[in-house]
Design a protein around this ligand. Structure first.
Ligand code: ZN
Length: 138
C-alpha cells in the first residue's frame, strides 16, 4: 500500500502533444507513460517524481473522440483540473460502503485504468464538486 493518499490529479487538455511539451517545461521531466485508454476514449500522459506507483502524479487527459467524456468536459468548462485520484486498499469494499451510504457513483463496478489498476469514478456531488477516481493497487 502506498504511503500517499493521492495517486494523481487529472487535468483535461485539448491537445495532448502540446500539453506534454508544456508540462515537460513545468516539471523538468518527461512523462513516465503515454497511453490510450480505448474504452474511455482518451489518451493520457503521466508525470511522476517517482515510478508509476508513486503518489502525487500528474495525469494529462485528452479526448480521442468527440463523444469522449473529456471532449464533453472541455466543451462545457474548458481545459483544467478534471479529477483527483485516491488510493484505496480494497476498491470493492470502498464502493460497497459508498453505495450503502447513498453516495452517487459513476462506476458501480471497477474497471481497468490507464496503468492497469482497478479504478472507479465517484460522482462530483459526493466529492464536494470534485470528480473522484478511486484506484486500487495491484
Ligand atoms: Zn485519473
Amino acid at each position: 500500500m502506498a504511503d500517499s493518499l493521492l495517486s494523481h490529479v487529472g487535468i483535461a487538455v485539448a491537445d495532448l502533444g502540446e500539453a506534454i511539451k508544456r508540462y515537460e517545461v513545468i516539471t523538468g521531466r518527461s512523462p513516465v507513460m503515454v497511453t490510450e485508454v480505448a474504452d474511455q476514449k482518451v489518451k493520457v500522459a503521466m508525470f511522476a517524481a517517482g515510478g508509476h506507483e508513486s503518489g502525487g502524479r500528474i495525469e494529462l487527459v485528452a479526448a480521442t473522440a468527440d463523444d469522449s467524456p473529456i471532449a464533453k468536459y472541455i466543451a462545457k468548462r474548458g481545459e483544467g483540473l478534471h479529477h483527483i485520484c485516491i488510493y484505496v486498499e480494497d476498491i470493492d469494499q470502498r464502493l460497497a460502503e459508498l453505495k450503502k451510504e447513498g453516495y452517487r457513483l459513476i462506476d458501480e463496478t471497477p474497471r481497468i485504468g490507464a496503468e492497469g489498476n482497478r479504478i472507479a469514478f465517484v460522482h462530483p456531488s459526493a466529492g464536494g464538486g470534485v470528480l473522484i477516481e478511486l484506484e486500487e493497487k495491484k
